[in-house]
Structure formats: C-alpha cells, structure tokens
Write a protein that binds this ligand. Structure first.
Ligand code: ATP
Length: 391
C-alpha cells in the first residue's frame, strides 16, 4: 500500500493557473520547507480531473510517494473505466514507467510526486517556464534551419529515451513540447502522456478532441501504432517549422484524413525553394506512409541535417515566421475554446451547450466530438457532474 504522507497543501503552496487541458488544470506550486517557510523550488501541479465524483479542490488531497504508490493506487481494471478515467489512469501508468525507466532525462518532463483525492489525481511535475515550442519561435521573429535542427534534435533525444523504455507518446505535437526556462539555450521537454502507451497497454485510447494534423496514417486507419508513429508526428512538426503551415490542409477532417493516409503532401516551390535539399529529404523520410521505412529516433540523431552539418545557418524568409504566427494563433484559440467548453459545468444543459459551441470557431467534427463527450457524461447519471476548480 502507498504510504500516506500528508496533504498537498501542507507541502506545496498552490499558486496561479499555468494552463488548462481538456481534462486537466495545471497550476504553479511552491515547495514548503519543513520549517513552514516557502522554498525556492517551483513545480507544476497538474490536476487530472476525475469525473462522476463530487467536486473538491486539491487542498484535501493526500500525498503518496511517486515511485512506490502510483502502482498501488487501486486503479480500476482497464475495461471498466470511462474515457476520462481511462485517460487519467493511462497518464499515471505512463508517468510511472517514465520515473522507473527514463528519468531524469533532459528532454522528458520529470514527475516528483503524486497526490490523490476525490476530484482526481495531482501530478507534481517539473516546472517548464520557457513556453511552448511554437510560441517561442514566433516570438523570435526570425530563425534558421540550424535553429530548427536543434529543436528536432532535442525532441528526437527525448523520443529515443521514451522508445527505448517501450513508451510510444502517440500525441506528439508542438504544444506538448515546452522549454524548461526562458534562456536562449534552454532545453526542450516532451510532456503530456495522456494518450501514450506502454507495452502492457497496447489497446489504443482514442483522443476525441484536437487536431489530427500530427496523427500518423496508421493511427487513423486503426492499424498498429508503433514508435514510428511518433516519428511521423515529428516529420509534421519539422514540415511546419520550415514552412509555417502543415503538410495536410483540407476543408474537413475527413478529407484531411484521406490525404494523411495517402501521404498526399508536397513541397510547394514558392515556399520551399530556399530550404536545403537535406531538410526536404529528411521530411520525405519521416512522412512515409509505410511506417517501417521511417527512421527511428536513434537514426534521426545521426542524420547530417539534425547534427547540423547540412542545415542552413542563414535566416529563413520572414514569411515563414508570419505564417507560423497565424497558424499558431488559430491553433491556440481553438485549444482554448475546447478547454473552456470541457471545463464548464453549465454545459451539461444541452441548450447552453449548443449556444456555447456555436460561439466558438470549432470545426463540425470538434463540435460533434464534444456533443458525444457530453452525452456520455450525462449518461452516467445525476451524480455525474463536471468538477469545479477554484480559481
Ligand atoms: P490535453 O490534456 O487535453 O491534451 P494539454 O496537453 O494542453 O491538453 P495539459 O498537459 O494539462 O493539457 O497542459 C495544459 C497547459 O498547462 C499546457 O498547455 C501548458 O501551457 C501548461 N503546462 C502543463 N504542464 C506544464 C509544466 N510542467 N510546466 C508549465 N506549464 C505546464
């Protein structure tokens, strides 16, 4: 059994909200020393909401030590959990595996502690205060292929460590890559393992929300998802880094899905003429529909462009950054809309749900997914309320 050690609020002062996910709230925390004074150690506390229970704030939670007790948290059998419980359980299992087999690694987020209470589970994580990958790049205004190669190298290093530990991330995208701090040479860390899989759990947990831009053809066609699926996602990130737009652009998700499954993308001459052939060659290798042909993370780390030998040093066209700015801004708006819809309790009332969904710039597919999601929550009965979080 996990040893009960104390409450979260006795050991961390919980501060401002750093961000919200579909099923989570992330807050800054400051470690309280044994003499009751605040230490200088700042952390990120990610609260994974548990649905179908009465709301409660992290203040009533109990602490369990990271390595020992995640295993003994009495998690339900895999086939008995709801979508949200499955996501919650899965993230904890993957984080346990990371603590056991990967940590500490400079390019993978570290887990320090876990607390559990009625409202869900609170993961005490390494704080990354340097911002999301694309946010930092658009703030720089100009950057070079060599700068993009340095980013790809860090992601590949993190993936190599995860893959070696038999973990497939499955949801690799720029918003899941955060810089540790604001310094120019800050490390980049891979995070958010809610959809990841470990060897014991090959059964896919399907994400209902968000973009399919980074999803591999094999994941879309329900085929076998392997480490190479993460390499596809990295190929998409690289394509966007060098052009400012995604490789698969379509009017609807269905059409986009078909394009992804057919590997139907191109290097438009006007945008790509100044990009090195080595970079394009690398993208072509990563974005191969046949996953076996894609390079592994280890192989990528030996590629001349990633090492920096063949990546151009000169600044890229300003247009690339301005396109990336608009792509990033649109993406953030939609993510914020989905997170706010998901975290709003009043939406259980269908009329309000319709009004709110209509007021956001979401695709038809996203609205449909949200409707299915709320229908499932409502179907759980009168006690199934979305948890409230104090702000
Ligand atoms: P979803 O869980 O639905 O995929 P998400 O990936 O955005 O969404 P979270 O991982 O809960 O959800 O993160 C929400 C936001 O909180 C992130 O976008 C990020 O800005 C912030 N955040 C998460 N973890 C940290 C961290 N360790 N340090 C600093 N900020 C963080």
């Amino acid at each position: 059994m996990g040893q009960e050690k104390g409450k979260l609020c006795d050991e961390y002062e919980i501060q401002d909200i750093l961000g919200r996910g579909g099923f989570s709230v992330v807050r800054r925390g400051i470690k309280i020393k044994t003499d009751g004074q605040k230490s200088s150690q700042q952390v990120a506390i990610k609260t994974l909401k548990r649905f179908g229970t009465s709301a409660s704030t992290p203040s009533g939670s109990f602490r369990v030590s990271a390595e020992k007790s995640i295993a003994s948290m009495g998690l339900p059998a895999w086939n008995q959990v709801s979508i949200s419980d499955a996501l919650l359980t899965n993230e904890i299992l993957v984080m346990r595996k990371i603590v056991e087999n990967v940590s500490p690694h400079p390019n993978v987020i570290d887990l320090y502690d876990v607390y559990e209470d009625q409202s869900g589970v609170h993961l005490v994580l390494e704080l990354c205060s340097g911002g999301e990958l694309f946010d930092r790049i658009v703030a720089q205004e100009r950057y070079s292929e060599a700068g993009a190669a340095a980013v790809v190298k860090q992601i590949a290093q993190g993936l190599a460590a995860l893959h070696q530990a038999n973990i497939v991330h499955r949801d690799l995208k720029p918003e899941n890559c955060l810089f540790f701090n604001k310094s120019d040479d800050s490390t980049l860390k891979i995070m958010d393992f809610g959809l990841s899989s470990v060897e014991e759990f090959t059964d896919p947990v399907v994400g209902l929300f968000g973009s399919i831009d980074y999803v591999s053809p094999e994941a879309l066609s329900q085929g076998k998802i392997t480490f190479k699926s993460d390499m596809w996602s990295l190929g998409v990130i690289l394509y966007i880094l060098l052009s400012g737009y995604p490789p698969f652009i379509a009017q609807s998700n269905r059409q986009k899905q078909q394009m992804i499954m057919a590997g139907d993308y191109n290097f438009d001459e006007r945008t790509w003429k100044n990009i090195s052939s080595s970079a394009k060659h690398l993208i072509s290798n990563l974005l191969q529909v046949d996953s076996d042909r894609r390079p592994s993370a280890e192989q990528l780390l030996a590629h001349p462009w990633v090492i920096g030998d063949s990546a151009k040093q000169e600044q890229m066209d300003a247009e690339v950054v301005s396109r990336l700015q608009s792509f990033n801004a649109r993406r953030k708006l939609r993510a914020a809309a989905i997170a706010s819809v998901l975290s709003s309790k009043v939406l259980l009332r269908t009329k309000k749900l319709r009004t709110l969904l209509g007021s956001h710039d979401l695709t038809k597919e996203e609205i449909d997914n949200l409707k299915i999601y709320f229908k499932n929550i409502c179907a759980k009965g009168d006690n199934a309320t979305l948890p409230e979080f104090e702000e």
